[in-house]
Design a protein around this ligand. Structure first.
Ligand code: FAD
Length: 578
């Protein structure tokens, strides 16, 4: 008999990063009972705990020359014009209020000469990125964790959600697994918020930590929630693969706004071919493709391109590249003495669950925020727009979920789903487990399949081959025996990874043009006449993926973008002109 632990609450939050924390805190502040179910440790996991903490904001007191309208215009242009306008507008309008909340909680954003230090980057038309003093995500997550706990939030750590519970068309909570205790955890809730993050770990080379495996996308899709823009995967262009072999050290985007250059094997400043105006200081989609092209065309140096810092001052480099300095100092090295080789890594999923302005998904009782939700960033996210996204939409989703739950109360749960999971867990321990290394091998293969099909350069043939390979991997996974709760967890995670990858591949196959982070070598042009549309994938009850497209609502674009037509928008000295 499986041990079952049951909880009843108003709001259930899944995840333990910045979006989940903000949602949980907000819901608890409104008087709701809140349970947070997180795979690892609250506030110490997810991408949030390891980010550099950059927060883009136009705020009257912090960036007096700036405005939310300019931030909004940058976000749309950077997103290649398929952002959900309502969501992008809310992001830019409310990033300021939410950063005030963080400041009140004591988040230490860096200051310089009596003002907040603002980092420039090529994708924002003026400097508007605040960075915490230690450039660590925990500068933000730990104060939020403390606030959430003080407001009465109950954490269930080391507990992964296995499935959403749906009763009569409404989400009624979730079933999870605590592998340490070998217990099924059932949480009945009036409303559920998913802050389960992205899916960087689907790729072989990524900035994301081990727990970011696309679970939220998979669970939501299985429950019938539509996902949008899943083809849009951001590759962070500037990971220093030398001299930091084996560990992840980013070169910060601001470095390119203050003069850093990139050269290929031939000594060419190749970014001139990809963005003649902004060169290296361009958006991430263009930078990643430029660098990746050098690698695949054999113009690389040791698997990447050369970073030239000769035009960057010591002060500018050190101010935003603390992680580099921290690595070099113990070895007694100055950054001037080492040769940096740069290559891209999978970093951020622009796509996610379809949500409205309050984070509500089309499935009753279910909300999503942060990287789990889609639409805000369009086809490419701007530097440091993700963290304000977690705060703005975390707060909105938490508030809406609390109001919803307090109005409806906890729901009945679907016994059928519970029993199915109980049977899977009960079967453990009765037979032999997998051969050593089998599950790790399957994970590695899956990551290779995804990296090939959904990498920086895609083709229809590659995506079709990826989908076929996923089917074969799934069949092998289903035939793999599991004996322990730990192995079961691993299988469940691999199933989620395969599901998330499938959603992404279908979306990428469907978009027969190139836009933002989605580059199709077999249809390399951006096609605004046909493709100012968003791709929406839904998993049908029989498990098949259905793909449709919806036109982007461009209301207000003329005012926001100064009348420039899509495709003709170019930035010259911070202004948008035709
Ligand atoms: C190295 C790095 C640097 C970055 N730097 C910046 C930056 O400077 N500025 C910026 O704006 N953005 C940055 N980003 C992006 C940004 O950090 C993320 O997009 C953001 O933190 C995502 O927050 P989140 O809460 O949505 O997801 P995450 O922080 O990834 O949290 C997801 C949570 O869900 C949990 N979870 C997953 N599956 C389950 C499950 N089945 N059951 C229960 N829990 C589950 C995870 O354990 C985790 O706690 C960076 C990202 C990385 C990786």
């Amino acid at each position: 008999m499986v041990r079952t632990e049951s909880y009843e609450t108003d709001v259930l939050v899944l995840g333990g990063g910045l979006a989940a924390l903000r949602a949980a805190w907000e819901a608890a502040r409104l008087g709701a009972r809140v349970v947070v179910c997180v795979k690892r440790k609250l506030g110490r996991c997810g991408s949030s705990a390891i980010t550099s903490g950059g927060y883009a904001v136009a705020h009257p007191a912090i960036t007096p020359q700036d405005s939310w309208e300019r931030h909004y215009a940058d976000t749309l242009v950077g997103g290649a014009l398929i952002n959900d306008r309502r969501l992008a507008r809310v992001l830019c309008q409310e990033a300021g209020e939410r950063v005030e909340d963080l400041l009140r909680l004591g988040v230490p954003f860096a200051r310089h000469n009596g003002a907040y230090r603002l980092s420039p980057s090529g994708d924002h038309s003026s400097p508007r990125v605040l960075v915490p003093v230690h450039m660590r995500g925990t500068d933000l997550t730990l104060p939020l964790r403390q606030a959430a706990l003080a407001a009465g939030v109950q954490p269930l750590e080391e507990t992964r959600a296995l499935a959403l519970l749906v009763d009569d068309g409404r989400v009624a909570g979730a079933v999870g697994l605590n592998a340490d205790r070998g217990a099924l955890v059932v949480v009945r809730a009036g409303a559920t918020v998913m802050g389960t993050g992205g899916a960087g770990r689907l790729f072989t080379v990524t900035s994301n930590p081990v727990d970011v495996t696309g679970d939220g996308y998979a669970l939501a899709a299985r429950a019938g929630v539509p996902l949008r823009d899943m083809e849009m995967v951001q590759f962070y262009p500037w990971r220093a693969i030398r001299p930091f072999k084996g560990s992840r050290v980013p070169i910060q985007p601001s470095t390119f706004a203050v003069g850093a250059r990139l050269y290929n094997r031939r000594g060419e400043r190749f970014m001139a071919r990809y963005d003649p105006e902004r060169l290296e200081s361009t958006t991430r989609d263009i930078a990643a493709r430029g660098i990746f092209d050098q690698i695949r065309l054999g113009q690389d140096v040791e698997g990447g391109v050369i970073l030239d810092l000769s035009a960057v001052s010591d002060e500018d480099f050190v101010a935003t590249n603390l992680k580099v300095i921290e690595r070099l100092q113990p070895r007694g090295l100055s950054f001037r003495e080492v040769r940096f080789i740069i290559a891209p890594e999978a970093h951020f999923i622009m796509g996610g669950m379809v949500i409205d302005e309050v984070g509500r998904t089309p499935l009753d009782g279910l909300y999503a925020c942060g990287e789990a939700a889609g639409g805000i960033h369009g086809a490419n996210r701007l530097n440091s727009n993700a963290i304000p996204d977690t705060q703005v939409f975390g707060a909105r989703a938490g508030r809406a979920a609390a109001e919803d739950a307090l109005a409806h109360g906890p729901r009945r749960v679907d016994d059928g789903v519970l029993q199915a999971w109980a049977r899977r867990v009960e079967g453990l321990g009765g037979g032999p487990g997998p051969q050593q290394g089998t599950l790790a091998g399957l994970r590695q293969e899956l990551q290779q399949v995804v990296s090939l099909a959904l990498g920086i350069v895609r083709t229809a043939a590659g995506l079709e081959a990826g989908l076929a390979a996923l089917d074969r991997l799934r069949a092998r996974l289903a035939a793999t025996p599991v004996a322990t709760a730990g192995e079961f967890e691993e299988v469940v995670e691999l199933e989620c990874m395969a599901d998330a990858a499938e959603l992404m591949m279908h979306a990428a196959l469907h978009r027969t043009e190139s836009r933002g982070a989605h580059f199709r070598e077999d249809c390399p042009e951006r096609d605004d006449a046909r493709w100012l549309r968003t791709v929406v994938v839904t998993r049908e009850q029989d498990g098949a993926c259905r793909v449709v497209t919806r036109p982007v609502d461009r209301e207000g674009d003329e005012a926001a973008l100064g009348g420039a037509t899509p495709g003709q928008v170019r930035r010259i000295e911070g202004e948008f002109v035709e």
